[in-house]
Design a protein around this ligand. Structure first.
Ligand code: Z5A
Length: 211
């Protein structure tokens, strides 16, 4: 029997990486084999692409190039990691997927969302998550969390994190619009709550897939 495919989405600093690990641990306790992956990334080539889209460089990718890099990464991880895992019956938990392209490159950067959906269908061959957990935080909370993390790790914000305020507002609205259009797939979670509270809501949602 095919496994289930769960994605986490939302603005930066919403706690996706934290909740991906917590959900994977919980699913394993329920007896599921779980594969954790992320976008961009998840295979050797896709991780190289991740470096390219996140780096500060003298000649950063133009928007159309950025779209194609994210899609190229997705083609790799879908065919080499996600589809084989689902075919084995494993559950796949993925940190970002196609909705990030629609929100960031579509609503954020202004590329036609329908065009992005067509490209996305090409690279995923129609693969759609069984459930998408949208961890919503307003831009102020996102900024505070990233600043705290940067202070703790001496890291600097990447090219997308440092995009302007309006960009971050548009992409948050974009995520809401995507969720509104597919209420059966999306679960929208107020991710300003404590980590444990968010994890409990995520588990309740996943219980529905466990049947
Ligand atoms: N991107 C795109 O443009 N198009 C695409 O198609 C795709 C992606 C697939 C990926 O970067 C970038 O690529 C991303 C979108 C773009 N844009 N940026 N920038 P990434 O994967 O490195 O970054 P991210 O996905 O935005 O994740 P993040 O910044 O690491 O945040 P997060 O994973 O959502 O949160 P976290 O790492 O779990 O937590 C962040 C901090 O907050 C950390 O210190 C936690 O301890 C803390 N935290 C977490 N939860 C809480 C709660 N509940 N309360 C308080 N503090 C918390």
């Amino acid at each position: 029997m095919r496994g289930k495919f769960i994605t986490f989405e939302g603005p930066e600093g919403g706690g996706k990486s934290t909740q991906v690990q917590a959900l994977a641990d919980w699913l394993r306790k329920q007896g599921k084999a779980v594969v954790v992956t992320r976008e961009p990334g998840g295979t050797r080539l896709a991780e190289l692409i991740r470096g390219l889209v996140r780096d500060e460089m003298d000649d950063p990718p133009v928007t159309r190039c950025e779209v194609l890099l994210f899609l190229a990464s997705r083609a790799q991880v879908v065919s080499q990691v996600i589809r084989p895992a689902l075919a084995r019956g494993d559950w796949v938990v993925c940190d970002r997927f196609a909705d990030s392209t629609f929100a960031y490159q579509g609503f954020g950067r202004g590329i036609d969302v329908q065009l992005l959906k067509n490209f996305n269908d090409f690279v995923t061959e129609g693969l759609v998550p069984d459930m998408t957990l949208l961890l919503d935080v307003p831009p102020e909370v996102s900024r505070e969390r990233l600043a705290a993390r940067q202070a703790a790790t001496a890291a600097t914000g990447d090219r997308i994190e440092t995009a302007g305020e309006m960009f971050h507002r548009r992409l948050r609205e974009g995520f809401f619009e995507l969720a509104h259009a597919e209420p059966k797939r999306f679960v929208v979670i107020d991710a300003t709550q404590a980590v444990e509270k968010v994890a409990a809501i995520v588990q309740d949602a996943a219980r529905r897939l466990l049947g």
